[in-house]
Design a protein around this ligand. Structure first.
Ligand code: 4AD
Ligand code: MG
Length: 430
């Protein structure tokens, strides 16, 4: 009977076939210990000469890493085995041999591994990370779907900038038009929210950021909810709820993966809403107290975020940044017009910003002025201005970067391991 390793407990005492790849082999005179993986897990298959006969035993002598094979045998509980079970092999069938597999258990440099990303993703650690990513995405979808948000996808080819003109990727769009890969679905999301009330989009987004940091990709996945009739407080509560629910879900369903990654889960267990909230001004004070060189009035840099996010034991919401450092669409605070009604959520343990969002400018004239101040072409935004011409309402939302979220939850050194094929400043292959 075909069985997956993840379900092996169901088959105790039964004869099964596992179809997978050889991860590792150790042999003593009369026994081969085969570690087999099938994509759902790893299991040790014990092949004894006595059970399979001399000929089959000798044929298995040379089997090397990543040979694809089917292993037939009986499932036996063994408290010492990983996963609690082993297979006593009755026979194997080799599908494809694999010689000199380039990614061995020894340490390889990161560029070497990234050049072989298509093979590197087979490793135990990488599959654990990709499973956590899957869980994060599934939890995100469940969170919004169960709250009545409608998934409403936004285009990838766009005519104009959303998040600043310096990080656009141009694409030739037929003969005489330049399109840009989307930086964010937000502007379309706002239109969709006026149609459907509460919506989200979830897709790849692109930034031509020449930053070589552990937080930056040029192609990353972002989930963006948007709500009509919502203010900054509603946006913050939604963001807190999302983060708490994603973390709880990974803890509930992906403990084994977190263990493989040696992730200390104590700091994740304590995450509960509400999160601490501080203003930009308070953040600036805190940075000063901590001796961090920070120029008041500028945006928070990666180093500043690291310092702030190490100060709190859970995610922290930073609100009311200077409007001057934020995007054109942000609504300014009527009480302090130089500040924006915005929020960034910083993940703890030094991870920094995982969410950015806020309340949108819903007044036609003020928005037109912001577009001018940012020297953006008004023609390209006429449709967006229509949302303020025809039944404008207070509204807001945010974007959460999936890779940054996974990087923090797995406690990785770099976002490059959180996506199957990372795209970065110097990385377009494979
Ligand atoms: O703060 P950002 O730029 O906000 C927006 O794009 C808004 N339009 C979203 C909205 O309100 N609907 O990006 C949002 C999030 C960041 O907090 C971060 O998690 C992620 O997207 N992000 C990146 N992740 C990886 N690599 C990059 N270069 C990223 N840039 C942003
Ligand atoms: Mg941001």
């Amino acid at each position: 009977m075909r069985a997956y390793i993840a379900d092996i407990a169901r088959y105790e005492g039964q004869q099964v076939t596992i179809r997978g790849w050889l991860h590792n082999r150790r042999s003593s005179g009369k026994i081969h210990f085969l570690i087999v993986r099938d994509g759902t897990g790893f299991i040790q298959a014990v092949m004894s000469k006595a059970a399979v006969g001399d000929e089959a035993f000798t044929r298995a002598d040379h089997l090397s890493q990543e040979t694809s094979l089917s292993v037939a045998g009986t499932v036996r509980a063994d408290a010492r085995a990983r996963g609690g079970y082993e297979i006593d092999v009755s026979g194997i069938e080799v599908h494809g041999e694999s010689h000199d597999y380039p990614v061995t258990p020894k340490e390889h440099g990161v560029d070497y591994l990234l050049d072989r990303r298509h093979l590197w993703i087979r490793s135990e650690r990488q599959t654990a990370i990709l499973r956590v990513r899957h869980e994060v995405i599934d939890a995100v979808r469940d969170f919004f779907n169960s709250r009545g948000f409608i998934l409403c996808d936004t285009p990838i080819f766009t005519p104009a900038a959303c998040e600043g003109t310096t990080t656009l990727f141009p694409v030739q769009y037929f003969e005489d038009t330049t399109a840009f890969l989307t930086q964010s679905g937000q502007l379309y999301n706002e239109a969709n929210a006026m149609a459907l009330g509460r919506v989200y989009c979830f897709g790849p987004t692109f930034r031509a950021e020449k930053s070589k940091t552990r937080r930056h990709l040029t192609e990353f996945w972002m989930v963006e909810p948007e709500m009509a009739y919502a203010d900054l407080n509603d946006v913050i509560e939604l963001a807190e709820g999302l983060v708490a629910s994603v973390v709880a879900r990974v803890l509930e369903r992906r403990r084994a993966e977190l263990q493989i990654l040696e992730r200390d889960t104590a700091t994740l267990e304590t995450i509960r809403v509400p999160f601490p909230r501080i203003t930009y001004d308070q953040a600036a004070e805190l940075l000063k107290d901590k001796g961090q060189p920070f120029q008041y009035g500028t945006d928070l840099g990666g180093g500043d975020e690291t310092v702030l996010s190490e100060h709190f034991d859970r995610p922290v919401c930073i609100t009311h940044y200077p409007a001057a450092v934020k995007a054109f669409y942000m609504k300014t605070d009527p009480q302090q017009p130089d500040k924006a009604l915005c929020v960034d959520v910083l993940a703890p343990e030094g991870y920094g910003e995982i969410i950015g969002g806020g309340q949108r400018e819903d007044d036609l004239e003020r928005l037109q002025r912001r577009i001018q101040e940012h020297q953006l072409p008004q023609e390209a935004f006429e449709w967006y201005l229509d949302l303020r011409r025809y039944g404008t309402v207070p509204h807001g939302g945010f974007g959460m970067g999936i890779e940054r979220c996974v990087s923090w939850i797995c406690k990785l050194e770099h976002v490059r391991e959180t996506i199957p094929y990372p795209r970065m400043l110097y990385r377009l292959y494979p």
